[in-house]
Design a protein around this ligand. Structure first.
Ligand code: UDP
Ligand code: MG
Length: 328
């Protein structure tokens, strides 16, 4: 059988408490594959010792490489950078906090060997996450599915394996507001999933505070759906019909003196405030889309790499040593 090569992409931001344990567990899994592999860490502007620890891993093993960003560009940019620099036949994306167990990787690979181009990990249970996060994630994924025409799977994060062709196609997409899991669904190809239990974070705290999570959630919806914009039309039409009916009522009541009309300050205020509220919400939604158009038009790079550690050849892709699998 022909040797295949695997690339593993790991975004890491302030993960000093967990990265060593993660690295050891991952390396164990990769060595058990008995195939050549490369491991690319993306140090996403960590302010702690994460960068230093990764440099040590690189020094100890030539198959381990690191891209260090000039500042924090975010999880999705880190994944993108990692994939842009891989050269394996299959690319595996995994978080550094051991929430996605490295031991699931061989199961992803089995499906890939069975002919699938994208194999994502589907969380059948999430351990150690707050009820609020679980509920919001549940609601969000279902909302996203309803809002978008793209078939984005439910309860799936970025833990997945993609074929070289998918990775290349993804690198060719020029979008700046990257919602990687959505883009991969959009690309199509043959997709399947593997169920796994999402473990609690091994150590450290989440690097996705509410603000970042809302931004990612908004990116997910606005990158794949115009429905929020169209909602304005629906609301506008609905309210117009209601106000027309109300007008008819007022007219008839006045004509036949059915109800004595009081000077209605309170009801007037209610209506005005309600309408202003709707208008401002719609303006905000339009603003969100315009901001994203602005981002795209500026056309800045998705990330800036300050330093590369390990063997990267001139094209930016890592050469994978072939002898490694056999030496095990
Ligand atoms: N991460 C990153 N840049 C960021 C935020 C997160 O590279 O700005 C990495 C982080 O180190 C981890 C992965 O993305 O490997 C997922 O983040 P985290 O586990 O904090 O998110 P959660 O699982 O809580 O949603
Ligand atoms: Mg996590």
């Amino acid at each position: 059988m022909n040797k295949v090569r695997f690339s593993v992409v790991v975004p890491a931001y302030n993960e000093e408490a967990v990265i060593k344990v993660f690295h050891d567990r991952l390396i164990q899994v990769l060595q058990d594959l008995h195939e050549p592999w490369e491991l690319i860490y993306i140090n996403d502007g960590s302010e702690d010792q994460t960068g230093l620890l990764i440099e040590r891993f690189c020094a100890a093993d030539s198959c381990v490489k690191c891209l260090s960003f000039s500042r924090n560009f975010g999880h999705q940019a880190a994944i993108t950078a990692g994939m842009d620099h891989t050269s394996g036949d299959a690319v595996i994306i995994i978080d550094a906090d051991l929430q996605d167990p490295p031991e699931v990787i061989p199961r992803l690979i089995d499906q890939w060997r069975a002919g699938y181009d994208v194999v994502y990990g589907r969380r059948i249970a999430r351990q150690g996450e707050s009820a609020g996060k679980k509920l919001s994630a549940r609601l969000y994924y279902r909302l996203l599915r309803r809002m978008t025409s793209v078939d984005i799977p439910v309860d799936v994060g970025d833990f997945r394996l993609v074929d070289r062709r998918v990775s290349n196609a993804l690198s060719d997409l020029p979008e700046h507001n990257r919602y990687v899991r959505g883009l991969i669904s959009w690309l199509g190809f043959r997709q399947t999933y593997v169920d796994y239990v999402r473990a609690p974070r091994y150590a450290g705290t989440t690097k996705y505070p509410l603000k970042k999570m809302i931004r990612l959630a908004a990116d997910g919806i606005t990158s794949f759906s115009f429905k929020p914009l169209k909602m304005g039309i629906g609301i506008g039409v609905g309210l117009s019909v209601l106000s027309f009916l109300f007008l008819m009522f007022v007219f008839i009541a006045r004509l036949f003196n059915l109800v004595i009309m009081e000077p209605g300050y309170a009801s007037l205020m209610c209506v005005i405030l309600f309408f202003f509220g709707i208008i401002l919400i719609m303006l905000g939604i339009i603003g969100e889309y315009i901001a994203r158009i602005f981002e795209e038009v500026k056309n800045r790079p998705l990330y800036v790499i300050a330093r590369k550690t390990g063997q990267f050849n001139r094209s930016g892709r890592c050469p994978i040593s072939f002898d490694q699998g056999e030496s095990q």
